[in-house]
Design a protein around this ligand. Structure first.
Ligand SMILES: *[C@@H]1O[C@H](CO)[C@@H](O)[C@H](O)[C@H]1NC(C)=O
Ligand SMILES: *[C@@H]1O[C@H](CO)[C@@H](O)[C@H](O)[C@H]1NC(C)=O
Ligand SMILES: *[C@@H]1O[C@H](CO)[C@@H](O)[C@H](O)[C@H]1NC(C)=O
Ligand SMILES: *[C@@H]1O[C@H](CO)[C@@H](O)[C@H](O)[C@H]1NC(C)=O
Length: 499
């Protein structure tokens, strides 16, 4: 139960195609370029096809790089979603793993602007949620159409959306193997980013920001740390290091030792939101929380034991979540009783699934045969694999944030203020618990309002490279609820300005 509630996204239909994948790969790759033929083409972006505009929208070009012998990229132009900028889709092929991506150039100046990598959470959630519902260049409007999003994060940055780990969205593995934990996922993403910047030479050396939502609050600190550490090897191999500049965590569930007790505050004692429970339930919860914390500490933190840890989490879950009833777990300000199915609380998700299940859309994007047919935004296989490996509770993701801050990688932790599942109180506690040499510059500051057009958009605190910010009036999917404020936040962050 605990994980089901946490994931909130356990849809039934996941299409497992029986079509041999090799055949699909051969078929779509009409412009195969052999590895030996690579070097002359390593001079500019897609030189083999001439300039960008000559890249085909009907078939993939395949690119290799000697520094990544086990990897290749398939990419095509895909005219959709944002008519103003170049848009591409493709797969990064990591041996038998195929990670689907969308890439949109910046609406301002793609040859100068920073690059953002975006992933949704889950685990198992497709980044199409981020693209077509939250912060991408277009939003799904009906089952077969989209409309322009004026507050897309590609206003000042080029951005890619990746369906990861394998099996999520249009991504897949040929032999059905699943990625079961964050570190494995990080290795694929590191290869993805390395290849991406080597091939898309126009973007080489450009400042990179890794951004993620929800479970992305656990993914992104590990992905960024893996990229940071891998840079040493890349430099030795003569490859341009990745210019990792910041991480952005949106409504993250990064650390459960600070989030669990905050489920009490979010229901009974939030200075920004009235209590949503009766007094007797709040009292009961208050009594249970120290026991939850003790069990969690013993089973998950002091000495990780998967059986003890699961039992502790189960106890904590009932203790803190068991009272939550008719509200949307993603947004305390909204009613939604069907807590386990995201599309019940957000009807747009059904249109999104229909749009991405459509054969015409899949043709346009170049989806491999293995992932043709009905699209599901949530891979139950991946969520189950992560649950089985206890990835949720088995490593302290916040330590990675501290490690990055120590090395000058900036971190933005923003939270839609009415979220429950990964609420602002738990996130603020997590940031205040971080230990790095400049922690005092952060902790000593008070929360202050930040403004958009003269109106209070939320509260913020900043120092030592770390910025915490709430977005008022937004739930778990903050850029969906408050697109304008979210874009303002991101643009100021990219520009290195105070909020
Ligand atoms: C990384 O990006 C920043 C911001 O655009 C830029 O100032 C810096 O020169 C870049 N670093 C490298 C090594 O390219
Ligand atoms: C989907 O499109 C492909 C390529 O255009 C076509 O071969 C296939 O028959 C279509 N599938 C369905 C179910 O319409
Ligand atoms: C795909 O979805 C449609 C509509 O929801 C459904 O009728 C159909 O049975 C599904 N197909 C498969 C193969 O699951
Ligand atoms: C997660 O794992 C626990 C323990 O194995 C199990 O009881 C629970 O049903 C699992 N949840 C999901 C969503 O797979």
């Amino acid at each position: 139960m605990q994980i089901r509630l946490l994931l909130l996204m356990t849809t039934g239909f996941l299409l497992r195609s029986l079509v041999p994948v090799h055949a699909a790969v051969q078929e779509v790759t009409q412009f195969g370029i052999s590895e030996s033929a690579f070097s002359p083409y390593n001079e500019g972006l897609f030189t083999p096809m001439g300039d960008l505009s000559s890249l085909s929208s009907n078939a993939f070009a395949r690119l290799h790089h000697p520094a990544f012998p086990k990897h290749s990229v398939r990419v095509k132009k895909s005219n959709f979603c944002d008519g103003e900028v170049q848009a591409y889709t493709g797969y990064i092929d990591v041996q038998a793993r195929h990670l689907f991506f969308y890439f949109f150039e910046s609406r301002r100046d793609p040859s100068q602007d920073d690059v953002i990598y975006w992933t949704n959470g889950g685990p198992g959630g497709s980044s199409s949620i981020g693209l077509f519902m939250e912060l991408g260049p277009c939003r799904v409007k009906s089952h077969d159409s989209t409309e322009r999003n004026p507050w897309s994060w590609n206003e000042h940055a080029s951005i890619f959306f990746v369906d990861q780990p394998v099996d999520v969205g249009y991504s897949y593995a040929e032999y059905g193997e699943a990625v079961t934990n964050t570190q494995e996922a990080a290795n694929d993403i590191t290869a993805f980013i390395g290849i991406f910047f080597e091939h898309f030479t126009k973007f080489k050396g450009r400042a990179l920001h890794l951004a993620g939502e929800s479970y992305g609050g656990r993914y992104i600190p590990v992905f960024a740390s893996t990229i940071y550490d891998k840079n040493v090897e890349l430099a030795e191999a003569g490859v341009t290091p990745i210019n990792l500049t910041s991480i952005m965590l949106g409504n993250g569930c990064t650390d459960f030792s600070t989030m669990m007790p905050s489920y009490y505050d979010a229901q009974c004692s939030d200075p920004t939101f009235p209590p949503i429970l009766d007094i007797s339930s709040c009292v009961r919860m208050k009594q249970l929380i120290p026991r939850c914390q003790q069990r969690y500490k013993e089973g998950c933190l002091d000495r990780f034991d998967s059986i003890e840890c699961r039992a502790a989490v189960q106890f904590c879950w009932v203790a803190t979540f068991g009272f939550f009833n008719d509200k949307n777990t993603y947004d305390r300000s909204r009613l939604c009783t069907e807590k386990s199915e995201m599309e019940d609380c957000y009807p747009i998700v059904k249109d999104l699934q229909d749009f991405l299940s459509n054969n015409r859309t899949q043709d346009l994007l170049g989806v491999d045969r293995a992932k043709r047919g009905n699209f599901t935004y949530q891979s139950s296989k991946v969520s189950k694999a992560f649950n089985d490996s206890v990835d949720w509770f088995s490593f302290p993701a916040q330590y990675y944030i501290a490690g990055l801050l120590e090395r000058g990688i900036r971190a933005l932790v923003y939270v839609g203020a009415t979220d429950f599942i990964c609420n602002w109180i738990g996130n603020e506690r997590m940031t205040l618990s971080l230990e790095w040499t400049k922690q005092g510059l952060y902790r000593d500051r008070p929360l202050r309002p930040w403004l958009v057009d003269g109106d209070i958009a939320g509260m913020t605190r900043s120092g030592g490279g770390l910025t915490f910010a709430t977005i008022a009036g937004a739930g778990h999917l903050a850029p969906y609820d408050r697109p304008k404020q979210s874009l303002e936040l991101v643009n100021r962050w990219l520009a290195g300005e105070a909020l």
